[in-house]
Design a protein around this ligand. Structure first.
Ligand SMILES: O=P(O)(O)OC[C@H]1O[C@H](OP(=O)(O)OP(=O)(O)O)[C@H](O)[C@@H]1O
Ligand SMILES: Nc1nc2[nH]cnc2c(=O)[nH]1
Ligand SMILES: [Mg+2]
Length: 171
């Protein structure tokens, strides 16, 4: 995870960037930890959309082919204006969560995780990254991220041209 600061208007925003390779490595580390601690899961519930790719990697590593989704919207707009979670689709196949693993990309405030856990109280919850406020709502995570830092996932970014310093670029 690489930290960068960017100024937007008068605000200095801290970002932690995650590459595809890092995300894949972290998802495999999480899978190894879950294999050590649990019997095979009956299925995985991915919290859309951020949990979809981590859930696909975990499903492959854990040999789990039943992938259900729960669709919750907690943030709208650029880099997060949090609102009341809105449920767009329930995880019907998961019942009360018994034998299921809930997967998300990260917990930040923990609002989304708490909301989904209430629907699936018997499931195990795992994510890749956790900010301190969200930590109590996840059973497993790989890397902690500072609360004031916005995680940029590979699907949030695109490589772009940066002019050389000799042309007066500001670092
Ligand atoms: O712990 P919280 O403060 O609730 O934040 C974490 C949630 O926010 C993001 O999802 P988002 O609602 O932005 O939707 P997305 O996954 O569809 O991008 C992220 O993927 C988590 O699901
Ligand atoms: N991409 C992204 N989505 C979030 N949703 C809540 N916190 C975050 C974050 O740090 N990064
Ligand atoms: Mg999400």
């Amino acid at each position: 995870m690489t930290g960068v600061a960017q100024t937007q208007g008068s605000q200095n925003i801290k970002y932690a960037t995650v590459t595809w390779d890092q995300l894949h490595r972290d998802a495999r580390l999480l899978a190894a930890e879950l294999m050590r601690q649990y019997r095979p899961f009956r299925g995985i519930v991915a919290i859309t959309r951020g949990g979809l790719i981590p859930a696909a990697i975990l499903g492959r590593e854990l040999g789990c082919r039943l992938i259900e989704t729960v669709s919750v919207v907690s943030y709208e707009g650029e880099e997060g204006t949090q609102q009341e979670p809105k449920l767009l689709k329930e995880a019907d196949a998961a019942g009360d969560g018994e034998g299921f693993l809930i997967v998300d990309d990260l917990v930040d405030s923990g609002v989304t995780a708490r909301y989904v856990r209430e629907m699936l109280p018997k499931a195990v919850f795992a994510c890749l990254y956790a900010k301190p406020d969200g930590r109590p709502y996840t059973d497993h995570f790989v890397t902690e991220v500072a609360q004031d830092t916005w995680v940029l996932f590979p699907w949030d970014m695109a490589p772009q041209f940066v002019p050389p310093l000799s042309r007066g670029a500001v670092v």
